[in-house]
Design a protein around this ligand. Structure first.
Ligand code: FE2
Length: 250
């Protein structure tokens, strides 16, 4: 649901061979279907909504030729300022499967400014359901998780990154918030946010799913299969399997 695999457009693979390598790494990790979500953001002018379908088609053909069993559907990672400036056609072309129902909105890296609220409002007013990308990495949400609760109550879905769920030696606020979100039933999707088959953000979805399973065994596969498939289909999410009892307040 969050995967940078299109070649030569953003900070994902620099060429088609590296895209194929990334797809192969995803296949080895047990992934069968990904949404290509290049950055629709000012600093990546090569990403144009009108070209996304053709780019995905080209990549799918290259993957079939290379015998990689991975399907790629169109999507985009929408920057809040891009959302403000895009016309409605481009917003639809940047939505999952270009269905015009669901979009992936990038959490800003700095403060949660009025531009963020304005982007959420514009998308919701136009009828889009929002999947919010990796809010656990944002300092403001780490310090005030209740802001996320408000968004969830307002219909926003939350994507946590697989890598954030995996415990590391160093204390990580991203990890702590990602785990809290799963514990409290506030996360809807686990995604890899993969960028390469190498060191830089590899597709380690399975390790994130295993980490989520350790937090709540009932909800991990819902977050990586049932909820994502409903989003790709533009349908209501199926009921979340019973959440575990919270151990502490989020
Ligand atoms: Fe991303």
């Amino acid at each position: 649901m969050h995967f940078h695999i299109l070649p030569r457009v953003d900070d994902g693979p620099p060429d088609i061979q590296r895209s194929i390598d990334l797809a192969r790494a995803a296949e080895s990790d047990g992934i069968q279907l990904v949404a290509a979500t290049p950055h629709l953001r000012e600093d990546h002018p090569e990403v144009r909504a009108a070209e996304l379908a053709a780019r995905c088609q080209e990549l799918n053909a290259a993957l079939a030729d290379a015998d990689v069993a991975l399907e790629v559907v169109a999507g985009g990672e929408l920057d809040v300022l891009w959302v403000q400036e895009a016309d409605e056609d481009d917003l639809r072309l940047a939505s999952y499967g270009q269905r015009g129902t669901d979009v992936l909105l990038e959490t800003p890296y700095g403060a949660i400014a009025p531009s963020f609220d304005a982007a959420v409002e514009r998308l919701q007013t136009l009828g889009f359901r929002i999947l919010l990308a990796h809010p656990e990495r944002n300092r403001a949400f780490q310090q005030a998780p209740d802001r996320l609760l408000e968004l969830v109550r307002d219909g926003v879905l939350i994507q946590v990154t697989a890598g954030s769920l995996v415990q590391t030696r160093r204390r990580s606020r991203s990890h702590e918030l990602a785990v809290q979100l799963v514990e409290h039933g506030m996360a809807h999707v686990i995604a890899s946010d993969a960028h390469s088959a190498g060191e830089f953000r590899p597709p380690n979805l399975s390790s994130g799913v295993a980490a989520a399973r350790a937090v709540d065994p009932r909800v991990a596969s819902w977050m990586v299969l049932d909820a994502p498939l409903a989003i790709l289909a533009g349908e209501p999410l199926p009921a979340r399997p019973g959440a575990s009892r919270p151990r502490r307040r989020a």
